[in-house]
Design a protein around this ligand. Sequence first.
Ligand SMILES: Nc1ncnc2c1ncn2[C@@H]1O[C@H](COP(=O)(O)OP(=O)(O)OP(=O)(O)O)[C@@H](O)[C@H]1O
Length: 928
Amino acid sequence: MTEIFDKVKRPTEQQIQVADYSCEYCLQSDVNAVAQCLQCKRWYCNCATKSGSHIILHLIKSKHSQISLHEQNKVQITTIECYICEQKNMFTLGQVNVRVDEEENILILCRGCLPLKQSDKITWDSNDYEPLIRDKCIKEWLLGQGEKLNSRMVTLERINQYEEERKQKPQLKFEDFDRKGPNQQLKEVQLRYRDANHYQQVFSPLVKLEEEQDKQVKEGQVLQSVKVKWDLSLKKKRLAYFLYGGREEFDTNTLQGSEMQLSLKSGNSIWQSKGTVVKVINNEEICLELHQNDPPPNNTDEGYTVECIWVSTTFKRMQIGLKTFNLNESSTSNYIYKMILGRIDTLAPPTKVENIPQKLSAPNLPDLNVYQADAVKKALKSPLSLIQGPPGTGKTVTSATIVHQLVKALEKQKQRGQILVCAPSNIVVDQLAEKINKTGVKVVRLCSKTRESVSTTIEFLTLHNQVRSLDIPQYHQLQMFYELMDQQGELDQKDEQVFIRMRDEAEKEIIEQADVICTTCIGSADKRLKDMRFPFVLIDEATQAIEPECLLPMIKGAQHVILVGDHRQLGPVVQSREAASVGLDRSLFERLVQLGIRPVRLQVQYRMHPELTVFPSNTFYEGTLQNGVTISDRTHSGNFPWPNKQKPMIFINVQGQEQLSASGTSYLNTQEAVAVEQAVYYLYQNTVKLNKIGIITPYKGQRTYIISYLQRNGQLPYNQYRDIEVASVDGFQGREKDFIIISCVRSNDTQGIGFLTNPRRLNVTITRARFGLIIIGNARVLCKDNLWNNMLNHFKDLDLLMEGSLPNLKPSSMKFRPPQKFIPERRNNTMNGANDEKSVYSYAQTDNLNQFDHDLGDFPLTKGIRNSEFGFNFIPDTQAFVKVADQNEIRKNQDLKEIDQTNVINVGQYPSSIMQIGTFQNDLQLDV
Ligand SMILES: Nc1ncnc2c1ncn2[C@@H]1O[C@H](COP(=O)(O)OP(=O)(O)OP(=O)(O)O)[C@@H](O)[C@H]1O
């Protein structure tokens, strides 16, 4: 209705009176509703839209933060700044009511000055403090909302696109941009591709977009007026230590190994040196190892500038990979080629792995459970397999066992074949390399040259360390060169040439002799592996890689591929919103699942207290997760005030107010930070070591705020808080802590809960804790989302929803609407090339004899009819039931043989989208 009304009543652009202070986007010209951005000098209005006012949207998108008002405006103020320190960042400014000489007034203060001492004349109550920006609009007393009818229509999407483009072209006017119309060139990511050329046509522009975004983000990371401490490394390299204060824009996850430039201006000359981040200490200090060894300027430790250096290697490699896949027919086997293109009905070639042993475990790893054994067996047999590992179910153990068994099988067959093992992140590659090495096979870990100085737990496996430790006469001269470099920092030009030649030879030899080469997906395109072919490829955390990244290890001749991951946890991080919106954020693993390939699911989890498993298992894994740990394995001896000691979980309802963080691009919530501090304190009081606690918050702004709040206001000595890890959800994926405290942050009337609605983010967040889980959030706001409402119901039903402050919590009287069935996100229900067919995910639980065979789940569906040709005949003489959600047991006690005779079960006749088929002991769930 509003839309139609707007279209009818709004004036044409020609009718709108334009002034030199009109809003850049919508041309609003009310002097009481427009403000000027002090950084780019353009005007924007404060008219409320659902996504925020134009001035605030502009500040957020352009990373600007200061404004002034029109001189003829009603409040008669033009400069907006903190009364005490005069700083002008709108995102940190707020208002308090004050009394000045008996008169009531409003004072503008920044968050930093709020706790400062007040004068005799002016007093305020900090509890009255409210940010100047609420729901992404400036408070109306300060800047009006204007009359909508005097402006033109603009969409948020166009504003986003414009601000993106303006980063490259600062002079660009919105009007000129808008006239050009939307960017039509992007093609959506598909389920299937005609050929590899089509594949490249779709992905190449998306990689380019991502590259541009990454460049912008990295190059925008600059620290000014930095104080540096100098040191020398053992290898006589110059080290610069400096604080970065956990600044939001520095991504701690990717900081290690990244390149930075340090510079110092004095008079007309500039000293500068590039280096690699070799250490990040307690989320606040960076150690940069400089590439050049020339001394820093004398007598100055202060006034340096630090800039991130953007490197294009990742993106270049992905582009070359796409091209290779397109042009080089032998880059993969024909079967793998077709599978990547989505032709999943291609007949699989016979397996190359013979004599698969009965006992599938590997030395120095735990004995496999039935699901893990099943996954290993399938991975060895099949030229392409997907293994889904829900949280803590032993993905790494399973992957390491597969690699071990492959090496052994190839040895037995006297077949030379090295195995390439990759993952998107360095941490995962290290963990996997360590486990594979434990099984007794020869592993080499290939790191990029820039990461060689970053220390890891598996130093002894890295190629550069293996080269250094070569103790054979042939390489004695090489070792001498290394010693010389350690003593004097570098070699002369002649020696360096000889050194490089010898090092390259040694590297080649070690790589060639290894059974297994572990590196990141991007690292697999390293020139040291250039001419090598790898028929066997395993990719761990494959659900966290974008497709062109996952492609890289496979285009080195892959014939047998194992993808391990979990498409119900967080997917790849894509920075370009535009690229993500057309599907770059979907992994190859997820696409193959959508096409109908059923992953083998690991189902026994070894991380969480069994009570912590219930909600995630029921919500994200159809109730299939079982516990490999007992309640007593996961009961902590301390006396934390859990509402129910048998169930170490709690939701503390805090009615805080969210605020935009200083960068304007994130949020913080001060009341939740107070509750987090209390929770940490009580855990500590109850014998929990601080390094066993993790604080997860989805917003970088809150992360930064919590770190500084704990250090400034915590009840424990300041430096003890360094032991606690405060990280984003993404930073915790694949990791765990004994106790996890979650600060949800979002708390507002109209803005919603943003990316908290992402089910995968929730899944990862609540599955990191081993012993106990504390969630702090505003239940009234969170329950607007169905999935959060389900979780709040779960806490409420168990009497674990509380209010107040620790240790005097009281049960909350809040009521929630009834839970709704949550169906894990699926983007497109197509299968086998026909759009009218549905995809099936089936999941099996073991029976009480542990003999359940996963093959039972392989039911190809055609046109809604499930064909049972692989099916029930594996379970002799058992009774079965078919259950449809909300309508229990429609076909109870059906004899399986009968189903077998008819050979079909018509799933189309049931009205619901969820169906369970199973025996009394075995549940087999299908989302249809
Ligand atoms: N079959 C098993 N028997 C006993 N313990 C096991 C078994 N498999 C895995 N574990 C244990 O479970 C823990 C998690 O295993 P692993 O690190 O392989 O899991 P993961 O799935 O990779 O974890 P994440 O969810 O963090 O990625 C480890 O301590 C491991 O030793």
